[in-house]
Design a protein around this ligand. Structure first.
Ligand code: HAM
Length: 418
C-alpha cells in the first residue's frame, strides 16, 4: 500500500531538478526550430489505439471501463491524440503545423534499464508537409537537442531508412496490402527475437523461404550503393533516401546519420522515412524513434494529411547522460538565504525576505532558531549565491550583513538598497 505501482517513478525535488533541466532542453530545441507546444489528456477512448496489426503497443495498453461504462485507456503514445486534435480542426489549421509536447505515456511493458511502465515522451511533429524536407527538419531538431546536452555523434547514431524499402521488396515478391504493416511489425523485432521465431512468424503471414531470405538480405543493407543494387536505379526508396542524406549534409548533421535498412519501426502507421537513435556502444534500447505517417488520419476515419515526427523518452537518454557524466549538478534555485539572528529579529528577517522577493530575487527564509553553522551549511546545500543576515547591530543602523558565498566577501548593505 505504501509502495508505488511497479514500473512507475517518484520524482523527489533533486530528481525533479534534473527532469526540469532535461525538459528545458527539449523545449528549447523544439522552440529553436519554430515548434509550438500543445497538450492533450492522458486518458483517451480505447478505440483510438485498437489497431488490428499485432503491434506490441496495443497489447500493452492500460485500459479499463470507467464508471459510465466507457472503454478508456491511458495513452501509450501521443501520436493518436495529436491526430485526433488535428482532425478536429482540419480545414481550420494554417498548414504546415509544427507542434511539440512532453506527455507522460503509459505502457504495460516488461521493466528493464531505460524502460518503465510510464515515461515522459518528447514528441515533435510536422503536419501538412509531404516532402522529405520536413523529415530532415525533424532530425535536425533531434541533433540540436543532443548537442545542447553535450552528446556528440561519437556517442550516438541516428539510423535512417524508409518503409518504402520493404514495400518495394514485398511488392517485387507479390506481397501487398495488409500484410505489409504486419511484416514491418515482425521484422522490427529482428534484434530482439531469434531468427527462427521471426521466420516462423513471416511464414505464418504466407511468405515462402525465398521471400524471407530476400527480405533478410535487403534489411541487412547499410550502404546506398548496395541499396540501389538491390532495389534498382528507379527505386523511389533509393531516390528518397539519397535526397534525405544530402539534406542532412546541408544541415551539417551528416556525421550523425547512417543508412540502416533494418530500421522499420514497430508501429503500423509509418509510411515513409523512419529513423531511430541508438547509443554507439549498443548497450541501451533505442533513445528515440520516429518517421513519416501520412495515412494515420485515414485509419481514424478522416481525410489523410501528411505527417512526420518522433517520440523521445526521458529514460534511455538519462541512462546515457549518466554514463557519460553529462548530468549537471542543478542547483536548488534559491538565490538568497535570509536569516534573522534570534527570535527578536524574526519580523525584521521577514521584512528583508519580502523586500528581496519583491525585487525579483528568490529567497529562502530560515524559519526557526538555528546556529550560524547550520545556516551556512544550509545555504551551501541550496547552492545559494548570498547569505543575508539580519543582526542586532546592523539592523539598528537600518542595514543587513550580506555574505557572497562564492567569494566569501562580506559587506553591510542598507535595507533600502537591498
Ligand atoms: P515508440 O518507438 O514506440 O514511438 O516510442 C518512442 C520512444 O519513446 C522510444 O524510442 C523510447 O525513447 C520511448 N519509450 C517508449 N516506450 C517506453 C517505455 N516503456 N519506457 C521508457 N521509454 C519508452 C512512438 O511512440 C511514436 N508515437 C513516436 C512518433 C511520434 N512517431 C511520430 N511521431
Amino acid at each position: 500500500m505504501t509502495q508505488g505501482v511497479r514500473g512507475t517513478r517518484d520524482f523527489y525535488p533533486e530528481d525533479m531538478r534534473v527532469r526540469n533541466w532535461l525538459f528545458e532542453k527539449f523545449h528549447s530545441a523544439a522552440r529553436s526550430h519554430g515548434f509550438e507546444e500543445y497538450d492533450a489528456p492522458v486518458l483517451e477512448t480505447e478505440e483510438l489505439y485498437t489497431r488490428k496489426s499485432g503491434e506490441e503497443i496495443t497489447q500493452q495498453l492500460y485500459n479499463f471501463e470507467d464508471k459510465g461504462g466507457r472503454k478508456v485507456a491511458l495513452r501509450p503514445e501521443m501520436t493518436p491524440s495529436l491526430a485526433r486534435m488535428v482532425m478536429a480542426r482540419s480545414g481550420a489549421l494554417a498548414l504546415p503545423i509544427k507542434w511539440y509536447s512532453i506527455p507522460q505515456c503509459w505502457r504495460y511493458e516488461r521493466t528493464q534499464r531505460g524502460r518503465g511502465r510510464e515515461h515522459y515522451q518528447w514528441n515533435v511533429d510536422i503536419w501538412g508537409a509531404g516532402g522529405i524536407e520536413a523529415d530532415a527538419e525533424i532530425v535536425s531538431v533531434l541533433v540540436h537537442f543532443f548537442r545542447s546536452v553535450g552528446l556528440s555523434s561519437e556517442d550516438l547514431v541516428i539510423r535512417v531508412s524508409s518503409r518504402k524499402v520493404l514495400e518495394e521488396v514485398l511488392g517485387s515478391l507479390g506481397v501487398t496490402g495488409g500484410a505489409f504493416s504486419e511484416t514491418c511489425i515482425i521484422v522490427d523485432k529482428m534484434d530482439k527475437l531469434p531468427a527462427e521465431a521471426i521466420e516462423a512468424q513471416l511464414t505464418e503471414l504466407g511468405l515462402g523461404p525465398d521471400a524471407i531470405s530476400t527480405i533478410q538480405s535487403v534489411l541487412g543493407i547499410k550502404d546506398m550503393g548496395d541499396l540501389e543494387g538491390a532495389l534498382g536505379s528507379t527505386s523511389e526508396a533509393v531516390s528518397e533516401l539519397g535526397s534525405m542524406f544530402s539534406l542532412f549534409e546541408s544541415y551539417g548533421i551528416g556525421d550523425w546519420v547512417e543508412l540502416d535498412a533494418s530500421v522499420v519501426r514497430g508501429l503500423a502507421y509509418y509510411t515513409g522515412p523512419v529513423f531511430e537513435a541508438h547509443d554507439r556502444a549498443g548497450e541501451l534500447r533505442a533513445v528515440c524513434g520516429g518517421g513519416r505517417y501520412d495515412r494515420l488520419i485515414g485509419t481514424l476515419g478522416g481525410k489523410d494529411l501528411p505527417a512526420t515526427g518522433f517520440g523521445f523518452g526521458d529514460m534511455v537518454v538519462m541512462e546515457l547522460l549518466r554514463d557519460k557524466g553529462l548530468v549537471p549538478d542543478v542547483p536548488h534555485g534559491a538565490q538568497d538565504v535570509v536569516f534573522g539572528m534570534g527570535a527578536g529579529l524574526r519580523g525584521a528577517a521577514m521584512e528583508v525576505a519580502s523586500a528581496i522577493r519583491s525585487g525579483g530575487r528568490s529567497a529562502d527564509l530560515v524559519l526557526e532558531d538555528k546556529k550560524m553553522k547550520w545556516v551556512f551549511k544550509h545555504a551551501e546545500r541550496l547552492g545559494a549565491e548570498r547569505l543575508v543576515m539580519v543582526m542586532p547591530d546592523e539592523w539598528s543602523r537600518g542595514a543587513v550583513k550580506i555574505k557572497h558565498l562564492g567569494s566569501g566577501e562580506e559587506s553591510e548593505v542598507p535595507f533600502d538598497q537591498l
